[in-house]
Design a protein around this ligand. Structure first.
Ligand code: F6P
Length: 322
């Protein structure tokens, strides 16, 4: 049995990073426990507050955010954090080496129906010579990430992690309170017959995405000449986990529902960490026009279009965007 051990997941041992990953895994275990208590602990439902994105915060969004924030800021390793649930960055230790971006509870509309949710995190280093803590130091492309991962709170709690040496999947063994390695190298198959998209937005997509999905729906009667199945969990963490597990294409494309908000997913704490994982597992991740991990961010809560998953299927989809 291989317990959670990020040492084995790095080509050179970085004790600070290992310690930070252990800190994050402790927070995820605590969130997993809180979620398992559900209605018994009276923590389901919404608060009266909204986050910076204008979304009503769930009680568990706030609890998860506070848990992760506190444990990271007390670690001594973190210069600052950026969270979906915080308007601005929050400063930590003045000599901390790392910057952590996170979505404390992705898919939180699933909380009240006892369905899949997860925590997504992305770790970067403070650029050399930068003092203090400011938003500017976070504005690095996804290629600067030194680690990324997510915890998925499902029938079992799992933690997917990359430090740039492939993707490793751990499962929480509640009998010992530890994450145990259950898949050493996750690999996304290159071809797929499964897609994930919120079909209710179809009329708002750009023509390229309309055409691509129409061709998937036409199945073996259309140009693709094969049938496709559709899945939508409404939590990116769940949909990406399925893609990592058995392949598929997941997309949240741009749409014109609200001209001021053409994209839904957040670059720094959703798209970048998931892109790092997907690429490390042999998949592709793009906006339709550029590699997500190469985007130069302009602000921490920036949103972006996302198309990721099985290599050949993503390439086919990108062909429609040329
Ligand atoms: O971050 C937002 C999020 O909850 C993602 O996890 C998920 O993919 C998406 O929103 C679901 O959006 P919709 O409400 O369109 O189903």
């Amino acid at each position: 049995m291989q317990r959670f051990d990020p040492v084995l997941r790095q080509d050179k041992v970085d004790l600070d990073l290992i310690s930070l990953l252990n800190t994050l895994n402790t927070a995820c275990k605590e969130i997993s426990f809180r979620l398992s208590q559900g209605a018994l602990a009276g923590i389901l439902g919404s608060t009266t507050d909204e986050n910076i994105q204008g979304e009503t915060q769930k009680k568990l969004d706030v609890i998860s955010n506070d848990l992760i924030k506190e444990i990271l800021l007390e670690s001594g390793l973190v210069r600052a954090i950026a969270s979906e649930e915080e308007d601005t960055i929050v400063a930590g230790s003045p000599d901390g080496r790392f910057l952590v971006c996170f979505d404390p509870l992705d898919g939180s509309s699933n909380i009240d129906i006892n369905s899949l949710v997860g925590t997504i995190f992305s770790i970067m280093e403070v650029p050399e010579g930068m003092q203090g803590a400011n938003e500017e130091m976070f504005l690095q492309p996804g290629t600067a990430q030194v680690a990324a991962g997510y915890a998925l709170y499902g029938a079992s709690t799992q933690l997917a992690l990359t430090t740039g040496q492939g993707v490793h999947l751990f499962t929480l063994d509640n009998t010992i309170g530890e994450f145990v390695l259950t898949t050493d190298k996750m690999t996304i198959c290159e071809d797929t017959q499964e897609f994930a998209i919120n079909m209710s937005n179809q009329r708002f997509w750009q023509p390229a995405m309309q055409q691509y999905i129409n061709d998937l729906l036409a199945g073996d009667t259309g140009t693709r000449n094969k049938n496709f199945n559709m899945r939508w969990i409404a939590a990116m963490v769940g949909d990406v986990h399925r893609v990592l597990t058995r392949g598929g294409i997941f997309t949240y494309p741009s749409d014109n529902r609200n001209p001021n908000k053409p994209y839904k997913l957040r670059l720094m704490y959703e798209a970048n960490p998931m892109s790092f994982l997907v690429e490390q597992a042999g998949g592709l991740s793009s906006t339709g026009y550029e590699r997500i991990m190469e985007i130069e961010p302009t602000e921490i809560h920036q949103r972006v279009a996302v198309i990721l998953g099985s290599k050949n299927e993503v390439e086919t989809c990108l062909g429609y965007h040329k």
